[in-house]
Design a protein around this ligand. Structure first.
Ligand SMILES: Nc1nc2c(c(=O)[nH]1)N[C@H]1C(S)=C(S)[C@@H](COP(=O)(O)OP(=O)(O)OC[C@H]3O[C@@H](n4cnc5c(=O)[nH]c(N)nc54)[C@H](O)[C@@H]3O)O[C@H]1N2
Ligand SMILES: Nc1nc2c(c(=O)[nH]1)N[C@H]1C(S)=C(S)[C@@H](COP(=O)(O)OP(=O)(O)OC[C@H]3O[C@@H](n4cnc5c(=O)[nH]c(N)nc54)[C@H](O)[C@@H]3O)O[C@H]1N2
Ligand SMILES: [Mo]
Length: 821
């Protein structure tokens, strides 16, 4: 076996690609020669945040926004009268408990990227053709600043040129209405879109006639949504911020909060001070998991912070399923031995399937556990004792759990372990999937989903008189497949950067270039805007920091955080350009142009009224979206409101049997043949997904570049490499294809043996499109079997049969932007 199984669909990737037209590759840009990075090594930090974080916040703010604007902007992040930080989905404390500065270093960087004073105008597009821009790094593209006016790339043209809004809408309408079927278009959403934008978008798409609504969630927490819906009847986490504060035991598996959810550290610190114990499960000793210097306290600023994790479990990639089975087995064994380890009353009243699960736990193969986790058995036993002695346990997880082939099974096992101790629907306990994008959960609540729930479709039909499509639409991976196949011809994106965020870069690029029309509603230039087919549009939009004034006056939008709390967000800054339109207004413009000529109910939808006053949209939301009754009134309450969550609120489980479900899953793990390693792709401290803020992964002590692979010193030695050697990273797949990225700096790093780490999106070319999680179709971004070979000795190109695949498409050249000194 060269790679653990790919999805053996009846239509494998190689057949699919054979039909793609071979397009000429763009010529390398003059700056396209990539110099290998010289990574500077610093100390791996013991503690997150502290005074250094304050300094970086100030520096990045001033670089992008200037001093006055920085102060003005940072002051209103996450305040009730200000805007919701777009840095992550971690909840805000209640209005009373909010500090003056309710944001973190990385939230401030996210804001600075949007509120930047840099601009991309028509001169920029006249000076640089699309093929040149493909060769620019993500960092370079993003650093150009905010988009300022609608731009079109006409068929056969090499440069984007200005277009009026009316002509842009007419063009989209014409191409959409010219399709043989509405299913020939896909409509992607990234999780920054507001609830109002998401609602009108999905309404338009369904009125148009398709459920092709892929979203970033398909690459993110989809495994969570699937596993929780099946076991507890709702695909969302069950804890509030207070539950974190009140927990006795908090487990953090597959998550790097110090970088990706820094405000979570304040909550952990609070819990810790109240006596909670914290267990971190991670192949990497991530900085925030160890200690925290709260920059909002004097102690924190002077470095007298809090030690966070009591146990750090250096697990092997993909080992969490085995770990949670082991914990379950130890709980069952303790109960069998007469100890008080299981909440039998809860199990009996509220669950089904316990006996079968408990029996499978008794039969657990401990040798497999050892191999799958590479953890010390004594440590697993210590942690099991922590579970037994805790009456209130919270388990948190993120991408280290969701982006594996057996992710759904792993999350079901986490659920089993919570259910067996009754750790759900009581204070201080529960399941805590930590979402990524600041409104990714809200977008799903508003109906952004390729699987339209029947009750939601019925409600749309009642409210608008339309006939909602019933077939399942395309998720992200299937959208890319359908684009390759030529079945989908128009790709619209509400935010995001699908071409860079999706797996299998060469395949994804080919898919995007096979489109007839790509439409991007975006704040900033990114790679997806230049990896396009025949025609393309860039429609520049207001960001969340900016004032949004419509016919009905100033507008606010609503968002939902990771803990189902919904609240208003008001932009306060002047728009980056007078030509910008809000997301809602752009979507309504497209919808109006596309549908208004139609007879029937979809021709009657009043898009102008919705665009003029978002209160009208909230009225529709209150009648369509479950749990959102009296929506407009409730979101205007200070701090907003919390959506219902039956398991959390009343231990009610809306499963077919009305009970929470114990599930049994076979123990799966990630194995690699001799001489191979397992690679995970993750985020540095200086990026937001595909938006690269800089090249300083400060907590990990790495700076100067991103083409880096972190390897255990013994693995480096075993493969004959020294710290700092240049390598090609080669991924052989079970269908015989080989994917490669070149010239990465191998650095010695304390990761679990056999496991290596490198940054996303630079390593997306290695992830095969068909390698997805069972049950959720989420790309397996955290387990790619690779071999490291000396730089220059790897294959020159990825060999994906049927595709003229070159790594040339993914240039990482670092050219200095003209207006940066
Ligand atoms: N500043 C900043 N904030 C962000 C983002 C950002 O890019 N920058 N992105 C946002 C988004 S969309 C998301 S989804 C979240 C992502 O938040 P995270 O999930 O924290 O993001 P990753 O960087 O992918 O980190 C995965 C973590 O899981 C660990 N891990 C990997 N594989 C395994 C495994 O098999 N088992 C275990 N136990 N651990 C594993 C990795 O070592 C790493 O610490 O953050 C959100 N917030
Ligand atoms: N290998 C690998 N791949 C991964 C992951 C991984 O860990 N490893 N993580 C996956 C995850 S968790 C996610 S969520 C996806 C992320 O996938 P996406 O959400 O598609 O990617 P982002 O980089 O967050 O999108 C950034 C772009 O959004 C646009 N934007 C920013 N703000 C706004 C706004 O307010 N409105 C609009 N309309 N546009 C805006 C800007 O143009 C910016 O360039 O990537 C996934 N891909
Ligand atoms: Mo995400």
């Amino acid at each position: 076996m060269t790679q653990h199984d790919m999805d053996r669909s009846t239509h494998p990737l190689r057949d699919r690609l054979a039909s793609l037209p071979v397009r000429p590759r763009p010529a390398p840009s003059p700056a396209g020669e990539v110099d290998p990075v010289e990574v500077e090594r610093g100390r791996i930090r013991n503690k997150a945040a502290g005074i250094e974080a304050v300094a970086v916040t100030a520096q990045r703010g001033v670089e992008q926004m200037g001093l006055v604007r920085s102060v003005k902007t940072l002051r209103i992040i996450n305040q009730t009268e200000g805007f919701d930080c777009m840095g992550c989905a971690w909840p805000d404390p209640s209005p009373k408990e909010r500090s003056f500065a309710e944001f973190c270093e990385n939230g401030a960087k996210a804001v600075a990227e949007e509120a930047t004073l840099r601009r991309v105008g028509r001169d920029f597009f006249a000076a640089h053709d699309v093929d040149e821009l493909v060769g620019w790094s993500d960092f370079m593209l993003g650093q150009q600043g905010r988009l300022t006016e609608p731009m079109v790339l006409r068929a056969g043209s090499t440069h984007y040129e200005p277009i009026s809004w009316a002509d842009a809408f007419a063009l989209v309408a014409d191409r959409l209405n010219g399709l043989a079927s509405p299913d020939e278009a896909v409509f992607y959403t990234s999780g920054r879109a507001s609830n109002e934008a998401a609602f009108v978008y999905q309404l338009f798409v369904r009125a148009f006639g398709t459920n092709n609504l892929p979203d970033c969630s398909n690459m993110c927490h989809e495994s969570t949504s699937v596993a929780l819906a099946e076991t507890i009847g709702i695909g969302k986490g069950s804890v509030s911020l207070e539950d974190i504060h009140d927990a006795e035991l908090i487990v953090i598996a597959g998550q790097n909060p110090g970088t990706n959810h820094p405000r979570m550290l304040s909550a952990l610190e609070k819990a810790k001070k109240k006596g909670a114990r914290i267990v971190a499960v991670n192949p990497l000793p991530e900085t925030g998991l160890r200690g925290f210097d709260n920059p909002q306290t004097v102690k924190g600023l002077t470095g007298v912070g809090t030690e966070l994790a009591d146990e750090f479990m250096p697990i092997r990639l993909g080992g969490d399923l085995a770990l949670f089975q082991a914990l379950g087995a130890l709980l069952v064994a303790a109960d069998d031995a007469g100890r008080d380890a299981i909440d039998h009353e809860f199990v009996q009243r509220h669950t089904e399937g316990y006996e079968q699960w408990a029996q499978s736990m008794r039969e657990l193969d401990w040798d497999l556990v050892d191999r799958a986790t590479s953890l010390d058995r004594a440590q697993i036993e210590r942690v099991a004792e922590m579970f037994i002695s805790s009456r209130r346990t919270v388990v948190c997880w993120a991408m280290g759990v969701t982006q594996h082939r057996h992710a759904v099974a792993t999350i079901k096992e986490i659920t089993n372990v919570c259910l067996v101790q009754g750790n759900i629907g009581k204070p201080g306990a529960g399941l805590c999937p930590v979402r990524g994008h600041s409104n990714v959960q809200g977008d799903r609540t508003m109906g952004i989903w390729e699987k339209l729930p029947p009750h939601f479709g019925d409600a749309l039909e009642r409210e608008f008189g339309i006939t909602a499509p019933t077939e399942r639409g395309h998720d992200v991976v299937n959208s890319i497949r359908a684009l390759c196949d030529g079945e989908v011809k128009v790709a619209v994106s509400l935010g995001g950067n699908l071409a860079a965020a999706a797996p299998d870069t060469a395949v994804t690029f080919a898919a995007m270039r096979n489109a007839k029309l790509n439409v991007h509603i975006a704040t900033k230039l990114n790679r997806s805007h230049v990896v396009v087919g025949e025609e393309a549009l860039i429609l520049p939009t207001l960001g969340r920091t900016e004032r949004d004034v419509q016919a009905g006056g100033p507008q606010g939008v609503t968002v939902e955080d990771s803990m189902s709390s919904v609240h208003l967000s008001h932009g306060r800054l002047d728009p980056a350009s007078a030509q910008l339109r809000s997301e809602v207004s752009i979507i309504c413009g497209i919808a109006d142009a596309t549908l208004k000529g139609r007879g029937g109910a979809e021709g009657d939808i009043d898009w102008t009224a919705m665009a003029g006053d978002y209160g009208v949209i909230r009225g529709h939301i209150s009648r369509v979206v479950p749990g959102c009754e009296a929506y407009d009134e409730k979101v205007h309450r200070p701090g907003g409101f919390v959506l219902p969550h039956p398991p959390r609120d009343s231990r009610t489980f809306e499963t077919p049997s009305g009970k929470a479900v114990f599930t049994t899953s076979p123990l799966e793990m990630v194995t690699a043949p001799e001489g191979h390693l397992v690679l995970q792709s993750l985020r540095s401290h200086d990026q937001f997904n595909t938006t690269i803020y800089g090249h300083d992964d400060r907590y990990r002590g790495l700076s100067g570049g991103r083409d880096v692979v972190m390897v255990h010193p013994d693995d480096l030695a075993a493969q004959g490499f020294a710290d700092g050697d240049l390598v090609d990273v080669v991924a052989p797949w079970s269908d015989g294809s080989v994917r490669v990225v070149h010239g990465f700096r191998a650095v010695s790093y304390p990761t679990t043996r056999g496991c290596v780490a490198a940054y996303y999106p630079e390593t997306n070319p290695l992830v095969a499109l068909d390698s997805t999680a069972e049950g959720s179709n989420c790309p397996v971004s955290k387990a790619v079997v690779v071999k490291l070979v000396p730089a220059g000795q790897g294959p020159r190109h990825s060999a994906i049969e049927g595709l003229d695949a070159g790594e040339d498409d993914w240039k990482r050249s670092e050219v200095k932007p003209h207006h940066l000194s």
